[in-house]
Ligand binder design. Sequence first.
Ligand code: CAA
Length: 388
Amino acid sequence: MNIGIESLSFFTSRYVLDLRTMAKARGVDAEKVVNGIGQEKMSVPPPGEDVITLAANAGHQALASIDTDSIEMVMFATESATDQSKAGGIYVHNLLKLKPYCRVIELKQACYSGTAGLLLARDMIQQHPERKVLILMSDIARYGLNSAGEITQGAGAIAMVVSSQPKIMTIEPDSGYYTQDVMDFWRPNYRDEALVDGKYSVRIYLKALTESWNLYHQRTRIGFEQFARFCYHLPFSRMAEKAHKHLAKINHIDLSENELATHINDGLIYNREIGNIYTGSLYLSLISMLENNPQDMSNQKVSLFSYGSGCVGELFAGQVLPGYRNYLNSDLHQSLLESRKELSYPEYSDFYNFAYAEDGTTQTMPSFDTGCYRLSQIKDHKRIYEML
Ligand code: CAA
């Protein structure tokens, strides 16, 4: 039985900051941002947009041609949760009008938890082939104004339907994974912004990649050369270059610049435009590779490496299905990116500093473009959403 991705979409904020604008405001060389880090722009969420509205917008697209009554489970992966108790997916379940006979949970392990959702869904569908799972990965990356990580911020959500009738990619059952208790990136409950030991986080990412690959290869005997493309978790797009060179090196492969570009470049395009979307970042890279690759990828094997700080890494494989292009949302995604409103630096910092009520008073949100859904009010400590 084939199990994999039947439907796949992303949504990102309708507002964007060109990172050259930020570099100028910070007195940083724009070359560092564009070439050293590999980022062009970052999506910035306006007041009234949070991980729930981002996920609902992505889910709306991913479910456009799916019978919503077939969705038996919603897994909501995030590290920007709005509540310590209630799963964000329950709001989305309601906004998307899914049936009540459905399980909804929230998953957390930094940027890795969406992958946990995908692979757990795969195993569940093996047992119950008629069931479909909606996986939502939604995050707003905040490092703080003037921090080293600020240029890698971003906001967005991925939605995918996993089923036994995949149209885009089958997910193979074997993987290699690795866990180690480290403090490379974390966000204590009392903080809105992440703490990070940036250079250390890059080293630990590469270690998790080595260990995950070694276990994967030991279990499957599948080699580096058998993959046509490689998608990586992308905290910033140059991370893929570091990771891929590292993977080639541990496999004793002398990678040419052309091979490097072929293996990873199409997968970097959307992330360079949006920034880090944490849980969804690997899958944004997968969408970017599928939608921007001029070659037909049918029947090709793709390596997928997921990394979540703290840390867990997992490497697994997908095989692209013939006809996959008919099921992509390429035009929609292109126009979503092209029609974003560009922010000035003061507009960006106003959005960034917008304060949500934390004292139970009623706060009505100002009106900004947040797609088809918005957080309209916070009242009595409750978040109230509406469909537009
Ligand atoms: N022109 C061109 N390139 C330049 C330049 C210039 N003027 N100035 C610097 N550069 C280059 C540097 O040489 C360097 O390149 P290499 O990586 O090839 O050495 C690159 O730009 C970055 O420069 P620095 O290392 O000096 O940058 P920094 O001190 O600002 O730190 C960072 C970079 C550590 C990634 C920082 O942005 C950060 O902390 N980011 C957040 C953490 C992160 O993304 N970690 C990634 C792994 S953890 C993970 O993956 C989970 C997650 O999602 C967070």
